[in-house]
Design a protein around this ligand. Structure first.
Ligand code: BT5
Length: 251
């Protein structure tokens, strides 16, 4: 894929801007990078803190995918993300299902894939990635967040370059995406598995409405379509497609 990187000092959300440009006909490979976001978003419209020092970007894709396959793009991004963090810093980045990248059990990065599935020519996915690189969290954020956050700088005790990290991500994602578009899903699931922080752990997943009971059990396997198979106490294997996942021995 040919990348076209546009850099901004401040935007509302790189995902929102990328979507607007996608609707105006922008090509696949557009990358919007912002030094800071005033309205950075997580899933379900949650607020994503995006101070200066972090790497906040969105990539426009125009994949030949059905809406139900969109999760595989999050999986490809997650594998590229953990791989690029490892390569750029040596830190042991691991993946927490479905969209988090952890180092030392802290959330260093998150992924937000938002798509519009229409006629093939109008279908697009905006893949947003936020990486805490050199930003610093205060105690309030540390305590309030679902998963304790940290930046790579806080963990490693040294500054990390934003551009080399972005370059590594884009180069790795290119390979993962090409394989995915050729229908090669199992190797991607294997790579996700090898970097997983979730599999083999006791977990609780909250999905759907607040009154829906959580799924609790041992995370056993990730499927090619990125669904998580959870072994619940009565021995059944339950398939979960989306939700918030809590590891038993973290917050
Ligand atoms: C995510 O959502 O983890 C997806 C984050 C995607 C952010 C990127 S930045 C570039 C692009 N443009 C955007 O507007 N978004 C994307 P989720 O799994 O729902 O996690 C959201 C939760 O993470 C929040 O409710 C907080 O608890 C926590 N959080 C907020 N800011 C954070 C940060 N900077 N680092 C770690 N955790 C954070």
């Amino acid at each position: 894929m040919t990348y076209n990187i546009l850099r901004f000092d401040e935007v509302d959300s790189t995902n929102a801007l990328c979507r607007r440009l996608a609707l105006d006909g922008a090509r696949e490979g557009l990358v919007i990078v912002a030094a800071t976001q005033t309205g950075g978003r997580g899933r379900l419209d949650r607020k994503w803190l995006s101070p200066r020092g972090g790497l906040w970007f969105s990539l426009l894709l125009r994949p030949q995918l059905a809406a139900g396959d969109a999760h595989s793009l999050t999986m490809a991004a997650a594998v590229a993300l953990a791989g690029s963090v490892r390569e750029a810093t040596g830190a042991e980045a691991r993946l927490k299902w479905p969209n988090d990248c952890l180092v030392a059990e802290r959330k260093v990065a998150g992924i937000l894939a938002e798509g519009r599935f229409a006629a093939p020519a109008d279908t697009f996915v905006v893949l947003g990635v936020g990486i805490n690189v050199n930003n610093v969290f205060d105690e309030t954020a540390r305590r309030a967040f679902i998963v304790p956050p940290a930046s790579l700088n806080e963990i490693l005790g040294r500054a990390v370059g934003l551009d080399p990290l972005l370059e590594r991500f884009l180069s790795r994602f290119d390979g993962e995406y090409a394989n995915l578009m050729r229908g090669l899903r199992a190797p991607l699931a294997d790579r996700w598995t090898s970097m997983s922080a979730t599999l083999g752990r006791k977990i609780r997943i909250c999905a759907g409405a607040a009154d829906t009971p959580p799924v609790e059990g041992i995370a056993e396997k990730i499927d090619d379509d990125f669904t998580l198979l959870v072994r619940v106490p009565d021995g059944l294997l339950v398939r979960v497609a989306a939700g918030d996942c809590f590891h038993a021995n973290s917050k």
